[in-house]
Design a protein around this ligand. Structure first.
Ligand code: DGJ
Length: 544
């Protein structure tokens, strides 16, 4: 059975591979190879290099149960309507390995073919041992054998609906299956339609801070592993660098959670490292967040996952994971901006693989670009078998409008973000005016729908503005529901000034297309105004 499946899938992909080779041509008689996607860092910012150049994922994620051939038309409809360049889509362990050791990659083939037909990229989500803290995507043959593939035990001795990170047989089975997927991709996807792979989905446990089984307890009472006792790890966790001993001795009240984070991350490292050894695509793990501002107790969120407080533990335990990514379902600027700051680290590229994608959240795309992040995706883009495709698309219209103007300038935005040229502000409930320091100029942003000078905020705080500094006196402005103006600063402080030119237009294949020059009423009454639909302005300023 296994062979039959592999022969069948290989032959379809074999033809695709041959066509690719023929279309790639040769360089000096050598086959041109397509560069592997990879993440690079410079001064705390990151770029995802795709085909050798910075790439920003304007993405969208399918609903959990939409990764079946019959559902894909709805998913692609949503991706097209959203103007996204990348689909994030689950691949289910139960679908890929229906019997032990028998792999079925036909759905991966379908995805690859359909994505290429539409000129879209893919991020595959490996729904395996953990999906939102449970093991509901394990194959049936594992679900039926709870002795071999156990769940965790709660403090009260009762089983919890969450797989144990100490289940060696499950870990080895997951690593074998994941490696087969990665090996298959290496063979079937030489052009890297798949940009990255998410390993598991929101791992950790709800309902118990850790595993209290006998096996786990024994480890918990043993010494803390050396990798966690490195001074930089302890310092980040606010622990004296000479601390040694058991988990409780070293980590006190946080010992249970830290132990679970270490255990889950180590299991995932085992799986990720095995896959990466055969195909070194970027890998990441997504986090069900905790409140980033109040240091809540671990039994109030999903314990053991890469929440902000245990990032150093995850980094030490899982070096094969390129980055940890926040799934944003929190609300309010204070929370969301804090989360973005916490995950945009020198050692961690910022990507938002899931966000509730409508209303006020659209504005956070601007902040991810400013941080030099690598991607953004709303969760649940397709109709999910309910309502029409059009209704599903309508819910994401505001984001689709952003993607529509930004995707054609994607390579430039990714490069500008990486180089630290992007500045942004997002409207809050209380603040309606912001300034951005551009060196010789200060950009002043006022949110609100008023046409003239009086900007007193929008009905809902959905406004956003981005300034891309191209030169001392030259910038690009993008935004909605706001007005921009400027003030000379630094050595130009106090000088008179005016717009040299405010060009309005849009981007097509990375090139600016001119629509008109804004002047007169369109600049004189408190600066250029942006309405509900985002606009691109190319502005040059002069002092006199
Ligand atoms: C976060 C998970 O990662 C997603 O798969 C999904 O379950 C959403 N929550 C909620 O719909």
């Amino acid at each position: 059975m296994q062979k039959i499946l592999q022969v069948r899938t290989r032959s379809r992909i074999g033809i695709a591979f041959l066509i690719l080779l023929l279309t790639m041509g040769t360089v000096n008689g050598q086959e041109k190879t397509v560069a592997m996607p990879r993440i690079v860092e410079k001064e705390g910012r990151h770029a995802l290099l795709v085909d050798g150049e910075p790439f920003f994922m304007f993405g969208g994620q399918a609903h959990n149960s939409s990764a079946w051939p019959g559902m894909l038309p709805h998913v692609w409809y949503a991706i097209e309507a959203l103007n996204a360049n990348t689909l994030e889509v689950p691949i289910y362990w139960e679908q890929i390995e229906p019997q032990p050791g028998e792999f079925d990659f036909s759905f991966i083939d379908t995805l690859l073919i359909q994505a290429r037909e539409r000129d879209k990229r893919l991020v595959l989500l490996w729904f395996a041992t953990w999906k939102n803290g449970s093991n509901h995507y394990m194959p049936e043959w594992m679900k039926r054998d709870s002795r071999k593939y156990p769940n965790i035990t709660g403090k009260d001795g009762n089983p919890v609906d969450s797989p144990s990170p100490h289940a060696k047989a499950a870990m080895e089975a997951d690593a074998r299956a994941f490696t087969s997927v990665m090996r298959y991709l290496k063979e079937a996807d030489p052009q890297h339609t798949v940009l990255m792979v998410q390993v598991q989905n929101e791992p950790g446990s709800w309902g118990s801070v850790r595993d209290y089984s006998k096996t786990a307890q024994k480890l918990f009472e043993g010494p803390v592993p050396e990798a966690l006792l490195e001074p930089e790890v302890l310092r980040e966790l606010n622990i004296p660098v000479d601390a040694r001993g058991s988990w409780e001795e070293v980590f006190g009240k946080n010992a249970d959670e830290y132990f679970h984070a270490w255990s889950v991350a180590s299991y995932i490292e085992y799986v990720a490292a095995a896959g990466k050894a055969v195909n070194p695509l970027p890998l990441y793990v997504n986090a069900a967040l905790r409140d980033p501002l109040t240091d809540p107790p671990a039994n109030t969120y999903e314990s053991g996952g890469p929440t902000d407080n245990v990032i150093p533990i995850w980094k030490a335990a899982a070096p094969s994971i390129d980055f940890l990514a926040p799934d944003i379902y929190l609300r309010g600027n204070d929370n969301v901006l804090k989360v973005l700051e916490l995950y945009a680290r020198e050692d961690n590229a910022l990507m938002v693989p899931e966000i509730a994608g409508s209303g006020e959240n659209v504005k956070y795309l601007y902040k991810v670009l400013e941080h030099g992040g690598i991607g953004f995706a709303p969760f649940g883009i397709d109709n999910n078998g309910q309502g029409t495709d059009e209704e599903a698309a309508e819910r994401l219209l505001a984001l689709a409008q952003e993607y529509r103007i930004m995707e054609p300038m994607m390579r430039k935005l990714a490069k500008w973000g990486f180089e630290g040229k992007i500045y942004s502000v997002v409207e809050s409930e209380t603040e309606h005016q912001y300034t951005i320091d551009l060196g010789l100029w200060e950009a002043v942003l006022s949110f609100g729908t008023g046409y003239r000078r009086n900007q007193s905020g929008n009905e809902r705080p959905t406004g956003k503005a981005m300034v891309i500094k191209l030169d001392e006196n030259e910038c690009i402005l993008i935004g909605t529901q706001c007005r921009f103006t400027f003030r000379p600063t630094g050595k130009n402080e106090g000088k008179a000034w005016q717009y040299l030119k405010v060009k309005e237009g849009w981007y097509e294949n990375g090139e600016f297309r001119f629509l008109r020059i804004r002047n007169g009423d369109e600049t004189d009454w408190g600066g250029p105004y942006m309405g509900n639909v985002p606009t691109v302005l190319h502005v040059t300023l002069v002092t006199r």
